[in-house]
Design a protein around this ligand. Structure first.
Ligand SMILES: Nc1ncnc2c1ncn2[C@@H]1O[C@H](COP(=O)(O)OP(=O)(O)O)[C@@H](O)[C@H]1O
Ligand SMILES: [Mg+2]
Length: 262
């Protein structure tokens, strides 16, 4: 019997030798990794190491000094602004702040990307479809009873769940999460982690999660990119992280375990 080799799913997001400096400060130094379709990659590292900068390169908000960033095989790092609009429709970001529209209800926040898309040919029955979809999305994030509330009525964690529902409304191929569990209480952090996991399992969505939370990484990641001083100190399956030779990675893991005991 011939040996069957299972083909690896194609990379959806790719960083190839990306370097980026601001003035004299090198933030990313020859960074390479990829995210396959349907995969969840967690970018780990201390605060200020360049995690958010990495995410901004995927959407073309920042451009590398050297190297290339590709989304679905196309170089976003060299794309004109008009074409980036399309990329930002296919890949959405859940910002750390949540970034909801304060003057709109929760329901209208989630409906926003749906209305934007329907704008050109909004038919009378579309309003029903929009409301149905909003209800579905709020149910998915287990917030169906806050539809008519304002963002200011919600806790930080609930706001973040609404931001995730809004990001999903655009029906993206990939979602980028910037520190999804930072600054929320521990119970809500677990709820959000479970929600992100549910999206991956149910919708097969490709995702990149940026965090400094080791527990979250272990829970979510297929593979991990570990950034130290702007370089990739480790890139591989999350289960191999403990066997990585770099002392700095062990320190990070141990520190996290200590804070866990507290
Ligand atoms: N637009 C910018 N201009 C200048 N410096 C920046 C800019 N964006 C980020 N930086 C710097 O790059 C470094 C990494 O930032 P960031 O990616 O936000 O870190 P984190 O890993 O905490 O998300 C920081 O020192 C930050 O001050
Ligand atoms: Mg950040």
């Amino acid at each position: 019997m011939a040996l069957e080799t299972k083909p690896e799913p194609a990379a959806y997001i790719e960083f190839a030798h990306v370097s980026k400096s601001f003035d004299d400060q090198t933030v990313l130094d020859d960074v390479s990794f990829d995210v396959r379709r349907g995969e969840m990659v967690v970018v780990l590292g201390r605060s200020g190491v360049g995690k958010s900068v990495t995410l901004k390169h995927i959407l073309g908000f920042l451009r590398p000094d050297e190297g290339e960033v590709r989304v679905d095989g196309r170089a976003v790092s060299r794309m004109p602004e008009e074409e980036l609009i399309e990329v930002r429709r296919r890949v959405t970001m859940v910002f750390q702040s949540g970034a909801l529209f304060d003057s709109l209800t929760v329901g209208e926040n989630v409906a926003y990307p749906l209305r934007e898309r329907a704008l050109r040919d909004l038919a009378p029955h579309d309003e029903d479809r929009i409301q149905q979809r909003v209800d579905q999305l709020l149910e998915l994030v287990e917030l169906e009873n806050v539809k008519d509330l304002m963002p200011s009525d919600l806790s930080t964690g609930m706001k973040r769940a609404v931001a995730i529902a809004r990001a999903l409304a655009a029906e993206p191929e990939a979602i980028l999460f910037d520190e999804p569990t930072t600054m929320v209480d521990p119970i809500m952090a677990i709820t959000i982690a479970d929600l992100i996991l549910k999206l991956k399992r149910r919708q097969g969505i490709t995702s990149v999660v940026v965090t400094h939370d080791m527990k979250l990484a272990r829970k979510l990641a297929d593979r991990v990119v570990f950034l130290v001083d702007g370089r990739v100190a480790f890139f591989g399956p999350v289960n191999d992280l403990d066997a990585a030779p770099e002392p700095v990675i062990h320190d990070f893991i141990q520190l996290d375990e200590v804070s866990f005991l507290k």
